[in-house]
Ligand binder design. Structure first.
Ligand SMILES: Nc1ncnc2c1ncn2[C@@H]1O[C@H](COP(=O)(O)OP(=O)(O)OP(=O)(O)O)[C@@H](O)[C@H]1O
Ligand SMILES: [Mg+2]
Length: 505
């Protein structure tokens, strides 16, 4: 008998949520030793389809075959025992446990006393085999997100998965880490394992996958061989029209009063290590200052110092002349899009409507004589959902049930719609599809043109270059240099991101 070439086949899968047909008769297959890309806009149904495979949702119809045999997967533990591994879009590690504890968590054992030694040995072997190095004894919250990703992958490999699903693994990675991940994926498939790779970054999809399946609005659109695809053709399949990121046209802005003024700012990170060193920065009304840099070079602390979430150890921050002394909750003053939308930006178990008024619920028109006016609140929510293209059946849906990209749109609507004087925006396009990225960049451009001062922190160089009037490059808590957005050279910025001072400056 001929050996079956498919590691995984999902046939005619349909998943319904209240008001949403998340997967509509979708079929995909993945060959042994292959990397299959899964592409689609925010809310297209990618995560849902993979959650079905992982036993998290029962499909209302359809079947799953692993190695040619039909299987019933009713829970993640059944998925794991069938050789399916999954790294979720939003990590599921236990922050306060060590790496090795996380890796073995959930594996049944008959022993009374936990002996970590054999596990540690096996983990170190895996690290070596796949060139993904982490210290087994480090506590997870202390690791940068890139390393946490390695832990998630090692955890799946530790369980000897045959099919590994990576749901937007590179959204949080630096370019160097992404390259490392690509390398590891190659090692994984060389051993005959299969990888399903979900990403919005088309360059990576082209680089790493063998074939790509595209879904749109829950429906299967098509599967192509990657060697026959380009970024443009994939984008077209995904969105239904061509899209690309180019530098935005902009009018000159006349009244350039300084809005954000930072003088000799010093701050330490959570571990007490200096994270910002003597930083001086001014952002004016009607300009976008882009902050480029490899993640983890002070970006998070910078945003937190400006929003009042982190104490300075020296220097001062003022917004329109007022010193920042604590958290700013005035929606007309500061719009803040934090880097972690789930932890800082949203209350996941609140509805969209409630999340949209969280900064403003005690003011009119949302409250009248201390009582919430739900008619107004819901009407406001419906208006925002429409204006910011949030894909959802209703304003009463819990934010937890939105796709990642649509969660981000809720944060943007709440923070930027009140037209604040300062827009403090960290990684706003993380996890967004191409069309949505372009939308966000357009929104920020409109913000600038109405006179907002915009500080735009992003690890996506292309976006920084498309949007910024001025670009500063952060390295190791210091500003390496400042460039004119219109003439900045990608290579020069790249060098500065690595801490080198280019000769041309
Ligand atoms: N548990 C749930 N309850 C209700 N609706 C849900 C649930 N999970 C997902 N949905 C809805 O199903 C649709 C598909 O969502 P899914 O998360 O699969 O999209 P996605 O393709 O992964 O998008 P993204 O790129 O933004 O992560 C969305 O409209 C979403 O709101
Ligand atoms: Mg998703």
């Amino acid at each position: 008998m001929e050996e079956n070439k498919y590691a995984l086949q999902m046939q005619n899968i349909t998943v319904k949520f209240p008001g949403v047909l998340a997967n509509d008769n979708v079929s995909i297959d993945c060959k042994k030793g292959e990397v299959l890309g899964l592409l689609g806009e925010n809310g297209a149904g990618k995560t849902t389809l993979m959650n079905v495979l992982y036993g998290l949702y029962p499909p209302s119809s359809g079947k799953i075959l692993l190695d040619g045999k039909e299987v019933q997967i009713g829970s993640p533990s059944e998925a794991i025992s069938h050789g399916v591994g999954m790294v979720h879009q939003h990590f599921k590690l236990v922050d306060t446990l060590s790496v090795i504890e996380n890796v073995i968590l959930g594996i049944p054992t008959k022993k009374q006393i936990l002996d970590l030694e054999p596990a540690r040995k096996k983990l170190l072997e895996l690290c070596k085999e796949y060139e993904l190095f982490v210290d087994p004894d480090e506590i997870v919250w202390k690791l940068p997100v890139g390393k946490q990703q390695w832990v998630e992958i090692l955890k799946a490999l530790y369980r000897d998965c045959k099919v590994l699903v990576l749901d937007e693994p590179t959204a949080v990675l630096t370019p160097a880490e992404s390259d490392q991940l690509c390398c590891a994926i190659r090692h994984i498939t060389e051993k005959g394992r299969s990888v399903i790779f979900i990403s919005h970054k088309l360059r990576e999809v082209i680089q790493i996958t063998d074939r790509v399946t595209v879904i749109r609005d829950g429906k299967f659109i098509g599967t192509v061989d990657t060697k026959d695809a380009t970024q443009l053709t994939l984008a077209q399949m995904m969105v239904g029209r061509p899209v690309s990121i180019e530098r935005k046209e902009r009018p000159e802005f006349e009244h350039r009063e300084p809005i954000l003024v930072m003088k000799n700012v010093n701050a330490v990170d959570d571990r007490g290590i200096p994270a910002l060193k003597n930083m001086n920065l001014t952002v004016h009304a009607g300009e976008i200052v882009g902050v480029a840099g490899v993640d983890g070079n002070g970006q998070r602390e910078l945003a937190e110092c400006i929003s009042g979430m982190r104490k300075l150890t020296g220097g001062s921050v003022t917004i329109k002349g007022k010193p920042v002394t604590g958290v700013i909750a005035d929606p007309s003053f500061l719009g803040f899009i934090p880097e972690d939308r789930q932890k800082t930006g949203l209350v996941m178990d609140f509805t969209i409507a409630d999340n949209l008024i969280i900064k403003d619920y005690y003011n009119e028109p949302f409250a009248e004589k201390n009582i919430l006016n739900y008619k107004t609140i819901k009407k406001h929510a419906r208006k925002m959902i429409k204006k910011y293209h949030v894909k959802t059946p209703s304003e009463d849906v819990r934010v937890r049930n939105l796709s990642g990209g649509n969660q981000q749109k809720v944060v943007i609507a709440r923070e930027l719609d009140p037209e604040p004087v300062l827009d403090l925006v960290a990684h706003p396009t993380r996890g967004l599809d191409l069309g949505a990225v372009d939308n966000v960049l357009d929104i920020l451009m409109k913000e600038r043109n109405r006179g907002a001062a915009v500080l735009f922190i992003s690890a996506e160089l292309q976006e920084v270059m498309a949007l910024s009037d001025r670009i500063i490059v952060l390295f190791n808590g210091e500003i390496m240099g400042e460039l004119d957005g219109a003439t900045a050279d990608q290579k020069v910025i790249g060098q500065m991101m690595l801490g080198q001072v280019p000769e041309v400056l």
